[in-house]
Design a protein around this ligand. Sequence first.
Ligand SMILES: Nc1ncnc2c1ncn2[C@@H]1O[C@H](COP(=O)(O)OP(=O)(O)OP(=O)(O)O)[C@@H](O)[C@H]1O
Length: 677
Amino acid sequence: MGEQGLILNISEAPVKSYKNVQKSQPVRKWEKFKALTRNKSKDASEAPPPPKRPAPPLSPKLHGKKAKADVIPRKVPAGRSEERPKGGRPPIKTSSLFKNNPELPDIERLEVKQLQEKVFSSDSFSDLGLHPHLVATLTDVLAMSRMTSVQKMTIPALLSGRDAMVRSQTGSGKTLAYGVPLVQALQEVTPKIQRSDGPYALILVPTRELALQSFSIIQKLLKPFMWIVPGVLMGGEKRKSEKARLRKGINILISTPGRLVDHIRSTKNIHFTHIRWLVVDEADRILDLGFEKDLTAILNALNAQSERRQNVLLSATLTQGVTRLADISLHLPVAVSVTADPCSEPMLEVTSPWSSELRTFRALLSQNGFFSTRWWFPCDLKPKMIVFFPSCELVEFYHTLLSNVLHLQQREGDKAVFLRLHGGMKQEERTDVFQQFSGARAGILLCTDVAARGLDLPQVTWIVQYNAPASAAEYIHRVGRTARLGTHGNSLLILIPSEAEYIQTLVNHKISVSEIKMEEILSNLLLEDFLVIRRGKKTGTSDPQAVRERATVLQTKFEDYVHASAETSLSAKKALQSYIRSYATYPKNLKHVFHIRSLHLGHVAKSFGLRDAPHNLSQQLAGNPKKQKAMKNKRSDGHKTLRTKQRFSDLLTSEFSSGLPPKPKKMKMPQSIDKTS
Ligand SMILES: Nc1ncnc2c1ncn2[C@@H]1O[C@H](COP(=O)(O)OP(=O)(O)OP(=O)(O)O)[C@@H](O)[C@H]1O
């Protein structure tokens, strides 16, 4: 459909409530419609009036609702009359994004005393009595002159042989806070460490990308100490090649917990007789992900084979759950917290000490306007943006859709690209994307929470959260991918009106967010010439009608793409289903905020480029009903149907899995810890 050929039916002012919508007169609408299309085309004035539609739903409930669409006449460009079908023009459906939306509620601005952390200290690495080659690597190779506050507090404690529990803001340099003393200690070991000795240090991280990143930092620190060999085990790689590397010998082993447990069980060549360090980075996340059993197995293996070792737990958010791990793994630990007033701030409270250079926003969007709005923010020049989604399906769907439909403007010669990262991708592809985005000056990375923790992606200017994360801790870590080490950054959390109470959850954790109005977000559309429908018409920077027109053109482009083939529309439906399912994964304490009943299926469907709310969604996605029936019978013949909860937990852990086939169901995991060290 040519964009020039569209005539849009866009209401001049947002409808205030459902009540008002019911009262509106079809005749008045037709008058408005005529006024809008006047002088545009003779054909248009001859078009029949829009058909009378049933009243919109009064309550925004999920079941049986249909998205609204306006039927408008097609304006055919001059010289293309042969394309007109006999008997008049076929109607074209366009979205009415700005109709039938309930009024957006005002959220009271809640005062929050945000915690502040000073990022840098005035001390340098050379003050610590480190090996001169290590200092030279830090200052000359890594170009770091001063220590950060967390490094200043942690490094001396670890050099003195203490265990530590470390909390400091995201992007404050925690990796070097443990990496520097670790390398300093291992290069001092006499006689010199041999490769064949096996691991002296074990670093556990929750994701594969973080494993790679930590490996690369440790590798840099080890440049002057070539006899110490680092190695990474992270799933997604061939087990055989990992076994071979283990056989040759790895002295600093960086791994995700699941993969390590797998090797502990199945690889003969892995032993921990020399282990002296255990580092658990993102400790709270490792516990969240259900890796507790894996951690127990790892601790038991270490305790059985080694004597006293140093243990370090780190995160920007150390939660209560970590105390259990601290109890079983730490020996008289030093508690490092860089927050300005540590006395008033309990160490294990999820709060957000943040850089003053970070601006955090939230926007309330009507469910209906959700779609276009989400995509046009913040289209500043050359954005380097990460957008978080609740599931792999959503990432896949939006990545395909946006890459195909949006021609991000090559303003100033910079083409923004869409990248994707989630747990369902092959490891090589994940690594490629991670490296590509890391090195890019601009781009938009669509991802799941697999990228929320620890990743140090330089110069990210915006974080957008398509969905609210399930906890304040995850909010902090997602946002923490920007404004690292005192640099500037922005974040936006997108909510629909029924989710407004989520703000209180953030406030309870001392997280403050400012409001951005939906109109402000949409006004970015005025920068985009490819959405112009009336050439030659000058638009001001705040012309609400022009903004609505462009939002509607954009939405129509999305809908046209989705409805172009059975395949694209099926993937939209799958994504919609996945979004609805993601609602069921919110924890109990947030169920009242994220209730599936508050979703208006018709409006949500539009966010997926679907013109109407699909009927019998789950049946459509299940495919052939005969096959379905056969499956049902099979299950009733003895195969247990997966319980919903289990399916969701499988979905979540698959994001962070070891990449290996599932463990045999009946295997008993060791529950007790031998606290021998
Ligand atoms: N002393 C320093 N001087 C300059 N840059 C530093 C210093 N220490 C660390 N950095 C840089 O700061 C960035 C953030 O470090 P790092 O990833 O270790 O932060 P983090 O606290 O672990 O973050 P997160 O909580 O998100 O995992 C990295 O690019 C790192 O190279």
